[in-house]
Write a protein that binds this ligand. Structure first.
Ligand code: GLY
Ligand code: MN
Ligand code: MN
Length: 434
């Protein structure tokens, strides 16, 4: 059942943040792949967050202040097109089922927008993301300005509507947390399944196929991003996604894969031995990354700043790099000269939600880190990537490890949404033997 109240509440919250003025939030256009074939359609996350409406060619208009109303422009019912492409709500059913104050055909947008923008002091629109929309909105503004002689005023300020929605999106509602938990559970099951079916001489893409199978079978609509299935040295390429190599006995396999369920992403990385048994060198580095991850997860709690988990992970990793002779000097020196970046060159996480790298600032306006709050969702994903080099002990060459979980900040600490994905060495080895 579609939860009308949830989406109406989000619109009410935005309307009250706006105070007065008109907001324009279009969804993403369809993208042609070639001739009459399109890329799989994915709605705009801001539009979807405020509407729950998944059809292309739709625009949300919010008018704050006394009018305080939300209007949807969408495609008309069209039996001919529906025979070819499938169901469309049309304005009437969209109004009833999605709880808008008014709905209109998308064909009326250019005609009605100058009137809807007239005498509004502020325009909330995100410039610079889609040139066609920028041009269209500018045309409407110019039309309103042309009416100045008749006593109509045009918006004086253009403000970024996405910045307001970003603040809302940072704190997940119980409805969103439930979806994220389900998305996390589907992805966790897929990672566990991958461990049970991986064997030497299989191909990376065979394992990728198991993820797609598990995602779709459990109701996820798509992968949340292109899966990384990286055997051996491929794991040292951070965004590797060719996924076309043979998995070799004695190598590790790093898989970074998550699904999208009703718009919400999961984002999990697990690293495990292709043959089911960690070598001593693999075990050393895996335990190090796991300790770093557990320390980072401990630091993900309300009141801590955004960078606290990263600092906690670095503290553990740097000491390990020194102990394993990957870095030289004291911990303070290695942190100061950043020589650890040869092996750990990315940050420890990002916001997670409708987008895998979700909306929301990491710093405030004066440059201080954001403070973690109950309802935030983020990833915690330290790693270690050792490319062959003269200064590196050879037994570590070509080992790439990342361990990534999705974490909800709660009132008292956190909840690891992806805890069902196995990650302890003994648990992985046991699962792979069954
Ligand atoms: N899968 C993308 C990331 O981990 O950031
Ligand atoms: Mn991630
Ligand atoms: Mn990831």
């Amino acid at each position: 059942m579609f939860n009308v109240n949830e989406f109406q509440q989000r619109r009410r919250q935005l309307l009250s943040q706006m105070g007065n003025g008109v907001a324009i939030v279009p969804t993403t256009p369809e993208a042609v792949r070639n001739r009459d074939s399109h890329y799989p359609y994915r709605f705009d996350s801001y539009f979807y967050y405020l509407t729950g409406f998944t059809e292309p060619e739709s625009v949300l208009i919010l008018i704050a202040g006394e009018q305080n109303k939300s209007i949807l422009f969408c495609r008309d019912k069209d039996m001919e097109r529906e025979i070819w492409d499938g169901f469309r709500f049309g304005p009437q059913a969209a109004k009833e089922q999605f709880g808008f104050y008014e709905t209109y055909s998308i064909h009326e947008l250019d005609k009605l927008m100058p009137t809807l923008m007239a005498n509004q002091s502020q325009l909330f629109y995100s410039l610079g993301f889609e040139a066609t929309w920028d041009k269209r909105v500018t045309n409407w503004l110019n039309k309103v300005k042309e009416l100045a002689r008749t006593g109509v005023s045009a918006p004086e300020a253009i403000l970024d509507v996405r910045q307001l929605v970003d603040k809302q999106r940072l704190i997940k509602t119980p409805f969103e947390i439930d979806l994220m938990r389900r998305s996390a559970n589907i992805a966790a099951a897929a990672h566990n399944r991958a461990m049970t079916i991986t064997k030497p001489n299989k191909k990376e893409y065979e394992i990728e196929a198991e993820f797609l199978h598990e995602f779709y079978k459990n109701g996820a609509q798509a992968p949340a991003y292109t899966s990384i299935v990286a055997g051996g040295a491929n794991a040292c390429t951070l965004h590797y996604n060719a996924n076309n190599c043979v998995l070799n006995d004695g190598d590790l396999l790093l898989i970074d894969a998550g699904c999208e369920l009703d718009g919400y992403a999961s984002d999990i990385t697990r690293t495990f031995p292709v043959n089911g048994k960690f070598s001593p060198a693999q075990r050393d580095l895996y335990e190090l990354v796991l300790h770093a991850q557990l320390a980072a997860i401990d630091a993900a709690k309300p009141g801590n700043h955004w960078n606290a988990p990263h600092e906690a992970a670095l503290d553990v990793l740097v000491q390990g790099f020194i102990d394993f002779k990957l870095c030289t000097g004291t911990k303070e020196e290695v942190l100061e000269n950043a020589s650890y970046r040869q092996f750990y060159m990315h940050r420890t996480g990002h916001w997670l939600g409708l987008d895998v790298h979700d909306a929301g600032d990491y710093k405030d306006k004066v440059g201080n880190w954001a403070t973690l709050e109950a309802g935030n969702t983020l990833t915690v994903e330290p790693g270690c990537y050792v490319r062959p080099a003269d200064n590196v002990p050879e037994h570590f060459w070509n080992i790439g490890i990342r361990i990534e979980d999705d974490v909800l900040i709660t009132a008292t600490g956190n909840d690891v949404l992806t805890k069902n994905a196995v990650k302890g060495i003994a648990d992985i080895e046991q699962l792979m033997q069954t």
